[in-house]
Write a protein that binds this ligand. Sequence first.
Ligand SMILES: [Ca+2]
Ligand SMILES: [Ca+2]
Length: 211
Amino acid sequence: MSKWLAALSLIVGVSTPAHANLILNGSFENNDIKSNSWKAFTAGTVDGWSGTNMELWDNFQRLNAFDGSQYAELNANGNGGRYSIFQRFSTEIGATYDVSFAYAARRSGESFQLDILSDTDSVLYSQVFDDHSIKIWSEFNGDFVAQTALTTIRFSTINRGTYGNFIDDIAVTAVPDFVASASSMSVSEPVGLAILLPLSAFALMRRKRTK
Ligand SMILES: [Ca+2]
Ligand SMILES: [Ca+2]
């Protein structure tokens, strides 16, 4: 929880619900492998994830995990073609969600695409990542608005071959309504929160969450 949210929940005297990660095994820790090793997994055998083959690495080849001790290499063992893993999770129609993860390259020239899709295949968010640093984690933070009761997050490799596109710490969390609507809140609205907290605090809170 951010300190702004913590402060807000103190001021208004309510407990902010836990912002549980909606992604199962987003940090790739559930299929435990030996330290300083890697292991190939066939499609669907990594907890929570569907799609193609993938690899898990455990603090291997001088790259420690961003979170925990394990991460995935999207360009997996196998046919050397394109790889794509995905997971479906429950969402509330119209609600805003934060999405975050960490990514790193194994060598130069790597790229992958993030897609967030509604259950009717509408694209809620899509971005190509080709700016990774070699064996240095970069962090992504974004958000989307759900359109259906189920939403899919998908990571697809763009460069071919069995090398590249490390990923870790994938999280999707619900954004509380009062934060999601803060930017559209007007001073004329008879909202108790607006009296208790200056609008600038909402703006600061929003900026902190989205940077
Ligand atoms: Ca991890
Ligand atoms: Ca590989």
